[in-house]
Design a protein. Structure first.
Ligand code: PEP
Ligand code: MG
Length: 566
């Protein structure tokens, strides 16, 4: 059994089609007729553009428009005036078209590969793809065509390039295994869009696998089973059927309201980190965004995003949501989230230190810039503001005063905003749970951040494996905190959501229904799963479960008991 990156869920059982890398070797040579060589380069570009457009058209049909854009990106790359200009310059200097192209592409590949973030590093694969496609045209070499692959094919390649993927027919290709690529590589994105199970970054597969041999791809566990036994095939065939049944069952919950078994409606939102993720939230049938973690707008750059940049980002997200709510959490920095250019002082105990709302209230300019941007974007949809890590009433009042100051400033500038914008808080500290009754009178909504609430309640750092046995939302202490927050919200007539990871835990769902949670905010991929879990429970059954669970004394008893009832 081989292990790799689980890049696209599902089980594929089939026969290997080994994709050998086409030899694109050539001998660099000096050219004299540089005008003719430049023409040859441009003719190749034209062919490349035509081929790529065709591949994009294909992908639009098989995977979707967003995926086709990856191919269109290759066209922009080769047509980039800087790229073309530099290649022309090299040809005019006597270089052959192949060498000029390769030099430029290798330069970009080097830059992208050295990037710190995974996403940019993966873009090197796109340049490699463009280079290979162009070289093949210039050298007159045939490239891999997957359109004719036999049914039940599992592709094994060093790297699955977007252009290869464009030829894939998902009726024939049942699995993908590669030696390179991560979860955010285009191959992974395309495999997921095509719904083909994929395991990437499996060492040496192109050397050890043979054409035609039987293989199983487990895209969930990231496993590849070579030469499976009859027992393996039986086991994985059953797993595949289970996966497909589960998938089609989940599909039945698409475009439906989120209702429990009594017909009580819940809001089912998504958590996002970038404006583009709002697209995913909508695609996954989210009913809005319950948590936009804005710190990502501040990361991976060297200076603060200004008001306009932030305004554009919030506007972009809310426009995608077309009237669905967008809860924007103000900057939640510190603790495990660092922004190097802010130069935050090293602290003895960063999780207890100068972070999140505390930092923002102490850095008014930065905070008000963000609030003004959010307010301006609120003209374009249902935007709500949420403060993180609140521990006392003063913080909420201070934050709201600054929102009022921002409104006055925008008014003076003649800029529009929603004057009735809702302001809520994350209840994710032990203090906020203890005074939830007081806080509920100060704000418009709560959202329970169980990721932090669990850590702060249990006084345990979730990154420390020695104390990880304490880090559980099924600890009686944490459940009591959650219940108290929800009850306080209900008593004061404000909605209460949960945006911590626990909101997607099927074992917690009945307790949340019984406590009276009104909104769940989960990662986009969990939307249908959570809708299905909610649909299983009547309030009465959920209450019965809650009543017994809350008499239990230990986390393990609670977990065992809930498991026995699912
Ligand atoms: C949480 O603490 O539960 C939460 C949603 O916020 P984050 O994970 O960003 O701290
Ligand atoms: Mg948090």
């Amino acid at each position: 059994m081989l292990k790799g990156v689980a890049a696209s869920d599902g089980i594929g059982i089939g026969n290997v089609l080994l994709i050998e890398e086409t030899s694109l070797e050539y001998t660099p040579h000096a050219v004299e007729d540089t005008a003719a060589e430049t023409r040859r380069f441009h003719e190749a570009v034209e062919v490349f553009v035509k081929n790529t457009e065709k591949q994009a058209e294909n992908l639009t049909k098989t995977a979707g428009e967003k995926e086709a854009k990856i191919m269109l990106g290759h066209i922009s790359m080769i047509k980039d005036p800087y790229m073309q200009g530099e290649i022309e310059k090299q040809i005019q200097g006597g270089s052959c078209a192949e060498a000029a192209l390769e030099n430029m592409c290798d330069m970009f590949i080097g830059v992208f590969s050295a990037a710190e973030d995974d996403f940019t590093r993966q873009r090197a694969a796109d340049v490699r793809d463009v280079k290979a496609g162009m070289l093949a045209i210039l050298l007159g070499v045939n490239v891999v065509d997957l359109t004719a692959a036999a049914p039940g094919t599992i592709i094994v390649a060093r790297e699955l390039t977007p252009s290869m993927t464009a030829g894939i027919d998902r009726d024939n290709i049942v699995g993908i295994i590669t030696e390179t690529g991560g979860k955010t590589s285009h191959s992974a994105i395309l495999a997921r869009a095509l719904e083909i199970p994929a395991v990437l970054s499996v060492e040496n597969v192109t050397k050890t696998f043979k054409d035609g041999e039987k293989v199983i791809v487990d895209g969930k566990a990231g496993l590849v089973i070579e030469n499976p036994t009859a027992a393996d095939i039986t086991e994985y065939t059953a797993k595949r059927e289970e996966f497909l049944a589960e998938k089609s069952e989940l599909e039945m919950f698409r475009n439906k309201k989120t209702l429990n078994a009594d017909g009580t409606e819940y809001e089912l939102f998504c958590n996002i980190g970038k404006p583009e993720d709002a697209v995913k939230a909508v695609e996954c049938d989210g009913e809005g965004v319950g948590l936009f973690r804005t710190e990502f707008l501040f990361m991976d750059r060297n200076s603060l995003p200004n008001e306009n940049e932030q305004f554009e980002a919030y506007k972009k997200a809310v426009m995608v949501l077309k009237g669905k709510p967008l809860i924007i959490r103000t900057l939640d920095i510190g603790g495990d989230k660092e922004i190097p250019y802010l130069g935050l002082e090293k602290e003895e105990n960063p999780f207890m230190g100068y972070r999140a709302i505390r930092y923002c209230l102490g850095n008014k300019d930065l905070f008000k810039t963000q609030i003004r941007a959010i307010l301006r974007a609120s003209v374009y949809g249902d935007i709500r503001i949420m403060f993180p890590l609140v521990t006392c009433v003063e913080e909420v009042r201070h934050g709201k005063t600054l929102v009022e100051e921002c409104k006055a400033e925008l008014k003076a500038q003649g800029k529009g905003f929603n004057n009735d914008i809702k302001i809520g808080i994350m209840t994710e500290t032990a203090a906020s749970a203890a005074i939830a009754d007081l806080l509920a009178k100060e704000c418009d909504f709560f959202s329970i951040g169980t990721n932090d609430l669990t850590g702060y309640t249990m006084s345990c750092d979730r990154g420390n494996s020695k104390v990880s046995y304490l880090y559980s939302h099924f600890q009686p202490a944490v459940l009591r905190m959650i219940e108290k927050i929800i009850k306080s919200a209900a008593e004061n007539g404000i909605p209460v959501g949960m945006c911590g990871e626990a909101a997607a835990d099927p074992m917690l769902v009945p307790l949340l229904i019984s406590f009276g949670l009104t909104e769940f905010s989960v990662s986009p991929v969990s939307v249908l799963k959570v809708r299905k879990e909610i649909a299983k429970w009547t309030k009465r059954d959920a209450d019965a479960l809650r009543d017994y669970v809350m008499t239990l004394h230990t986390q393990s008893e609670i977990v065992e008991y809930i498991k026995s009832k699912l």
